[in-house]
Design a protein around this ligand. Structure first.
Ligand SMILES: NC(=O)c1ccc[n+]([C@@H]2O[C@H](COP(=O)([O-])OP(=O)(O)OC[C@H]3O[C@@H](n4cnc5c(N)ncnc54)[C@H](O)[C@@H]3O)[C@@H](O)[C@H]2O)c1
Length: 326
């Protein structure tokens, strides 16, 4: 018996953002319909190394797909020439439990995170959104923009990062698929005058002030994905429709985790899970005025659905290396 090994480069060559959006939307829908098993991520914290390691298992019933991802977050890695986030994914057969494929899942993680932002914006942002704001010009920012560019006619991008060089690098990179006007800045406020704002930093204190956000804005809050992380002032959550990806996971590690813990947000202040909206159980945006926030922690079902698509395509195209298993 063999396992199919797919390298990062092979996964990159197989995966398109359109397909990733499709896979993630389907995964959210199954989640909303109660057809997904997904225990919350388990974390190991390496405090002396400023990093953590997570395992993320899931099963999607309709897709009949299952697997587990192992992924780290080490914010100081870029200083050593390594990505902040690196991942490996194992797909198993739900029928026998046998491992089917193993793949580099670093690019897949960024793609499925970008796709989650795009799907959330599809249901929560104003349809005529034209200006995208990005706070944090790192690895996730690129795929966030790629996902949004597939579903919206973005005409202008506002980028803010502590490092102007990172803003410039993001602009250079993103021009390959979105050649529009870019305004770059080291001031977070400058990115906030946008229709869709993406926050994707590892911040542990609010960066986006309530007063900077106008009515009608949609925010994809991507960066907070572990206990203690937050990017938005809690006051902003109060005047917004807050949608999480998964209630349990968001409560302990999402944008809402800190305000929930210190009593600045009540659990009733959370409107819904994105899957409930995708499945049509709950309305998404209902007016041009409301502010909507998608609190993304990153779900194992996104990985399983996306990796399954990669595996199917690899088998069809005869890509990958067979490793002897049993
Ligand atoms: N929700 C999800 O599914 C998901 C998935 C992957 C990563 N993440 C999280 O997203 C965050 C970003 O990940 P990444 O891979 O893009 O990291 P990265 O290190 O590549 O990029 C982060 C960027 O944020 C900038 N930054 C940090 N603090 C800032 C501040 N105060 N103001 C402005 N800019 C600031 C950094 O300069 C850097 O350019 C991390 O917290 C990561 O854990 C979430």
């Amino acid at each position: 018996m063999d396992i199919l090994w797919l390298s990062e480069d092979e996964v990159k060559s197989l995966l398109t953002m359109e397909e990733t959006i499709e896979a993630v939307e389907e995964a959210f829908k199954e989640h909303g319909l109660g057809k997904a098993q997904m225990p919350p991520k388990s974390y190991l914290y390496y405090r002396k190394h400023n990093g953590d390691l997570r395992t993320m298992p899931a099963y999607l019933e309709d897709l009949d797909a299952t697997g587990v991802k192992v992924v780290n977050v080490h914010p100081a890695n870029p200083g050593q020439g390594l990505p902040t986030v690196m991942a490996v994914m194992i797909l198993n057969s739900p029928k026998t439990g046998a491992p089917l494929a193993m793949m580099g899942a670093t690019h897949l993680t960024s793609m499925r995170t970008g796709a989650a932002g795009a799907v959330a914006a599809k249901y929560l942002a104003r349809k005529n959104s034209r200006v995208a704001g990005i706070v944090g010009a790192g690895a996730q920012a690129r795929t966030q923009l790629l996902g949004l560019a597939k579903l919206f006619s973005i005409e202008k991008v506002l980028v803010a990062d502590l490092s102007l060089d990172r803003c410039k690098a993001l602009e250079k990179d993103c021009r390959s698929f979105l050649d529009v006007e870019y305004d770059i800045s080291t001031d977070v406020k400058d990115a906030c005058d946008s229709d869709i704002l993406v926050t994707t930093t590892p911040s542990r204190k609010p960066l986006v002030k309530d007063e900077w956000i106008s009515e009608g804005t949609h925010i994809n809050a991507i960066g907070a994905d572990a206990k203690g992380k937050e990017e938005l002032e809690p006051g902003l959550l109060h005047r917004s429709k807050v949608v999480v990806d998964d209630m349990a996971q968001a409560s302990h590690s999402g944008e809402v985790n800190v305000p929930l813990t210190n009593g600045l947000l009540a659990p009733e202040g959370i409107y819904a899970q994105i899957g409930e909206i995708v499945a049509g159980k709950v309305a998404g945006r209902v007016s041009d005025e409301e502010i909507t926030i998608f609190d993304s922690t990153g779900l194992a079902i996104q990985d399983v659905a996306t990796a399954t698509k990669v595996h199917q395509k690899a088998v069809e195209k005869g890509i990958g290396t067979k490793l002897s298993f049993l």
